[in-house]
Design a protein around this ligand. Sequence first.
Ligand SMILES: Nc1ncnc2c1ncn2[C@@H]1O[C@H](COP(=O)(O)OP(=O)(O)OP(=O)(O)O)[C@@H](O)[C@H]1O
Length: 574
Amino acid sequence: MLKQFFSYYKPHKRLFIIDFSCAVFVAILELAFPVAVQWLIDELLPNGEWDKIVTVSILLLAVYVLSTFMQFIVSYLGHKLGINIETDMREELFTHVQRQSFRFFDNTKTGHIMSRITNDLFDIGELAHHGPEDFFIAIMTFTGAFWIMFTINPTLAIIALVIVPLLTVLVTYCNIAMNKAWHRMYHNIADVNARVEDAVSGVRVVQSFTNEDFELNRFNQDNGRFRKAKIKAYKVMAGTHSSIYMMTRFLTLIVLVVGAWLSFNGSLSYGELVSFVLYTNVLIKPVDKISALLELYPKGMAGFRRFQEILAKEPEIKNDPNAMEVDKLTGNIRFDHVDFSYDGHQQVLENINLQITPGETVAFVGPSGAGKTTICSLIPRFYDVNNGSISIDDHDIRNITKKSLRSQIGIVQQDVFLFTGTVRENIAYGKQNATDEEIMLAAKKAHLDQVIADLPDGYDTQIGERGLKLSGGQKQRMAIARTFLKNPPILILDEATSALDTETERMIQQSLDQLAENRTTLVIAHRLATIKDADRVVVVTNEGIAEQGSYQKLLAMDAVFARLHKIQYEKNED
Ligand SMILES: Nc1ncnc2c1ncn2[C@@H]1O[C@H](COP(=O)(O)OP(=O)(O)OP(=O)(O)O)[C@@H](O)[C@H]1O
């Protein structure tokens, strides 16, 4: 995992080298300071060489100004390196998530994805900045300080070193405990995010059921679990820091007492004693750094592991290496012995055979849950069939690139999703490089031009998050307009005309009829009145395709369709 982690430094090698070199320079200066102090006390002070003392002090001042500048560079460039790596990872993750198939989103909570794209990556960025730099500098200063201490007085240096194995055991133990604690905490914050996402996007349902207290209760449970996990993580962290603090102070004390005794016996000069105590502090600093890394490393690595987990999930629907681009399909769709299951256990479609000719309008009707939407979801390869095949214009859709296949299919759903932005941007979603004229023409065809003219800023009106400032009918017309703009040869209309008043429905139906002209159209409709003019009606039941034919023919057959028809018209008469 570390190897994978370091591969993210590659594009920022130069930045890393500059940052790292400055950090090394700062560390060397730190090692040099006690030597200068020792020289000052033992050589210059007893001989009263004031001019030299002043020169050395000025030199030290210059060195410290330079060191401060280097510190600035280390801090600035180091963080820049961290944020660059974080940005790269975020882009990679976002691209990867965008490539995922529907099944991934069926099984992954949005809040969890958000958590990984924001919180996790923030900690990874911090680790990317501090991790290798602090680690190497800590090792360097530690060995440097120890080596100098050893040359001053080997006995005292070895006494000081005794603390190292103790610290190693402590550090390892804490590392394991903190790793666990942070991992748990990350899992819990992802749950909180998922809960917030649910409650906020579903706030209208929550409020209409006056279920605010219920939601608060569920939120509090997740939030409470997160609080508990975080407190535990901080407790482990506080224990780690204070144990390390105690050990390092204890070390200073030992060095001072033993050093004083050696000095009393004449084997250590005053300058050496002072320099030794100063070096003990230099020796302790890396331990402090490592203990800070102790906090960062498990956090960052826990985030990185979760980041890798998502990246390891290969998109289920992939392009075949030999997949071809299609330019203009005519819309000759064929289902050949198609079986499909969402979960691999429960069969949703079994042995479906269907042939749709170019330009034909086929309506799918049948009881709820029979698989009408599923049939239509297989055509743009939102899911792949388990057995059999689907072909368009005699090409198996698995041999066509996903992008070119989907560019040939337009989908208008009942539950229209619009993006935060203007009317213009939302219509243009159907064709990124559309001209204003094309956008206006599409709006006109969708009977939306008058509505837009009445909006305060016309095409530049902000429609609110997910189009909240528009009515249901207006949203649907926006979806129709952007499909007009896309101009695909194949059209899927998923219950596009339900839940609207008669006038709006009539208008939308007109737009849809116009949209369907010269295209192969699949309509999933519950309201039989809207499909009277369909070329063919396909009745889907839990057993598969029960019957198909023209509206009138199916009525005359007096079987499933006639029964559905009867139920619906009796209901309407009621
Ligand atoms: N994403 C999914 N994951 C798992 N099961 C699903 C998924 N979507 C639908 N199903 C199941 O597949 C079956 C067929 O659903 P589908 O939505 O295709 O039916 P439908 O005929 O379009 O129903 P409706 O008329 O109510 O929209 C149902 O049992 C449904 O629970």
